[in-house]
Design a protein around this ligand. Structure first.
Ligand SMILES: Nc1ccn([C@H]2C[C@H](O)[C@@H](COP(=O)(O)O)O2)c(=O)n1
Ligand SMILES: [Zn+2]
Length: 154
């Protein structure tokens, strides 16, 4: 999870930085991702706004941004994520849940949930899909509340 948090630091999303880390059954790191625009799509040419002043959704980040979970899965060299665990700083949305399921991930370990109530359809649908597909889901109970990384000569 600490690697997922580190990865989230690289996100350019001014409102929310999400990180994910895919590990094998044996705990070997296979892929890391954070939320960002697709490769070759410049951060300077696409909007990071949550809302558009004109009401045009194309002026917001949502149609363009790749979620951290998808990036972590796609960044691995493995054709299938079968048996693997995905650590993610935020509970996955329904679109990510579909990809998590289809790629064969066995377990999702998350840190926080975005949804504020039970009516947020994307997160309710996500839970429903993950449960139906038999993907284990659990909230991390961290054994530490921070991790210090100090850049100095060892
Ligand atoms: N599980 C998730 C949920 C969200 N994201 C990304 C997508 C956006 O860049 C950001 C959410 O923005 P907000 O609506 O809170 O301003 O987080 C993700 O990567 N994984
Ligand atoms: Zn998502």
């Amino acid at each position: 999870m600490a690697i997922a948090f580190l990865s989230a630091e690289r996100s350019k999303d001014p409102n929310r930085q999400v990180g994910a880390c895919l590990v094998s059954e044996n705990g070997v790191i296979l892929g890391i991702g954070y939320n960002g625009f697709p490769r070759g799509c410049s951060d300077d040419k696409l909007p990071w706004a949550k809302k558009s002043k004109t009401g045009n959704p194309l002026e917001t980040k949502y149609p363009y941004v790749c979620h951290a979970e998808v990036n972590a899965i796609l960044n691995t060299n493995h054709a299938s994520a079968a048996g693997q665990r995905l650590y993610v700083t935020m509970f996955p949305c329904n679109e990510c849940a579909k990809i998590i399921i289809q790629s064969g991930v066995s377990e999702v370990i998350y840190f926080v949930e975005k949804r504020l109530n039970d009516t947020d359809a994307a997160y309710v649908a996500s839970r429903k899909l993950l449960s139906m597909a038999g993907v284990k889901v659990r909230k991390l109970q961290p054994q530490m509340d921070h991790l210090l990384i100090q850049f100095e000569d060892p």
